[in-house]
Ligand binder design. Structure first.
Ligand code: DAH
Length: 382
């Protein structure tokens, strides 16, 4: 290796001449300025700042220079590279800002444009009403109990004190799955074999199942689907829903029944809506009553007042809810409960009817046809 050439004049090295370095710098600056987008700038960056760019190559030459020239040329090349790098950074920022502004405009979403409606599914109002009723009782400590829809006739009628020839069996217009005397192939369960199988005509058999399954005190609310051989029309449907309530404890009286009913209608229709009981007959309660609630819309003010007709109660002031009473001791005995020690009350009513007067639904068929135009106004309760 030869000794450093102390008398070297940098002007003599072509690539390191000041005007050459200035030209390299200017070309780089011009290329950056000319780059119309980030891709073009990237190309220019490779051409003018990579290891093989003219300025990088010039920089490499510096090492071979004599010490006194190194400083001079080093400053010049370094200065040029610094300028190029700053220009690149500035142009990069400029083009990025331009791109961002363009993206904002080009990719803007016009939120006022009409869209395809996406309607989320909703639960049927019969379900939500039934659950709301359950909630009222669950809050009071009741338990939700359910039973089968295909039910042994024994649970549906016999245990509830309907005698075999009781007109109520015909009155209930039952769907028989297997008639009483039919025998049937599968005679496994003794009760089924003896009594026939029906589609339950009410939720009252769940009372029987609840009493057989539990020790008193018993507090159950029993929602469910029931069946009767009715034609589907504006006020009847062969499949409908009921909610049944049963309380068995020591010392329960009609007053507890009345207080429970008042609390329920207050919770569902507004505090202060009263109930009244009218004597009636059910085989499974004694005494039995028909329960009415005061009309929650007119509060009775439409009665005898033709100027203020009320379509919710047909201007009668009261709305019939369902049946109720004190559990018949014969039912308690059939369910293995000592009537000397325990008493109970029960009531049952139809959900479709309640939905009709609660929401002014005029035709029961709307509830079973599955048209979302009916269910949608009830909202998206979950
Ligand atoms: N199960 C009766 C029906 O469907 C309604 C009913 C009446 C239920 C009186 C009761 C009751 O619990 O005590 O018509």
């Amino acid at each position: 290796m030869s000794a450093p050439n102390k008398s070297f004049d940098p002007v003599e090295v072509e690539a390191l001449k000041p005007e050459e370095i200035a030209r390299m710098r200017d070309e780089a600056l011009a290329a950056f300025a000319a780059a119309g987008d980030l891709a073009a700038l990237h190309e220019a960056k490779i051409a003018h700042t990579s290891d093989r760019s003219p300025l990088a190559l010039a920089n490499r030459e510096i090492g071979a220079l004599p010490p006194q020239a190194k400083v001079d040329v080093g400053k010049r090349v370094g200065g040029a590279r610094g300028e190029v790098s700053r220009a690149l950074k500035a142009r990069q920022a400029e083009l990025e800002a331009e791109r961002d502004a363009r993206v904002l405009v080009e990719e803007a979403v016009d939120v006022t444009l009409p869209t395809d409606r996406f309607t989320p599914g909703a639960r049927h109002p019969l379900t939500t009403l039934s659950e709301r009723i359950e909630d009222v009782f669950v809050a009071m400590g009741y338990e939700v109990a359910e039973g089968p829809e295909v039910e042994a006739e024994w649970f549906n009628f016999d245990a509830l004190n309907f005698t075999p020839d009781h007109p109520a069996r015909a009155m209930q217009d039952t769907f028989f799955v297997r008639a009483t005397d039919g025998g049937g192939a599968e005679q496994d369960a003794e009760r089924d074999a003896e009594t026939g199988i029906v589609l339950r005509t009410h939720t009252s058999p769940v009372q029987v199942r609840s009493m057989l399954d539990r020790e008193p005190p018993i507090y159950v609310v029993c929602p469910g689907r029931v069946y009767r051989t009715d034609e589907l029309d504006a006020t009847h449907t062969p499949v409908f829903h009921q909610v049944e309530l049963l309380a068995i404890d020591e010392g329960l009286t009609m007053a507890d029944l009345k207080g429970t009913l008042d609390h329920m209608v207050g919770a569902l229709f507004g505090a202060g809506v009263r109930t009244r009981l009218r004597p009636n007959y059910f085989p499974f309660t004694e005494p039995s009553a028909e329960m009415d609630m005061q009309c929650y819309v007119c509060h009775g003010e439409s009665v005898g007042n033709p100027d203020r007709p009320c379509r919710t109660c047909s201007s009668e002031g009261w709305i019939e809810l369902g049946g109720c009473g004190m559990v018949n001791p014969r039912v308690l005995v059939a369910c293995g409960i000592d009537p000397q020690k325990y008493s109970g009350f029960a009531f049952g009513f139809g959900i479709e009817r309640m939905l009709m007067f609660r929401h002014n639904v005029e035709d029961m068929r709307d509830m079973v046809e599955g048209d979302v135009r009916f269910t949608r106004p009830f909202g998206m309760e979950i």
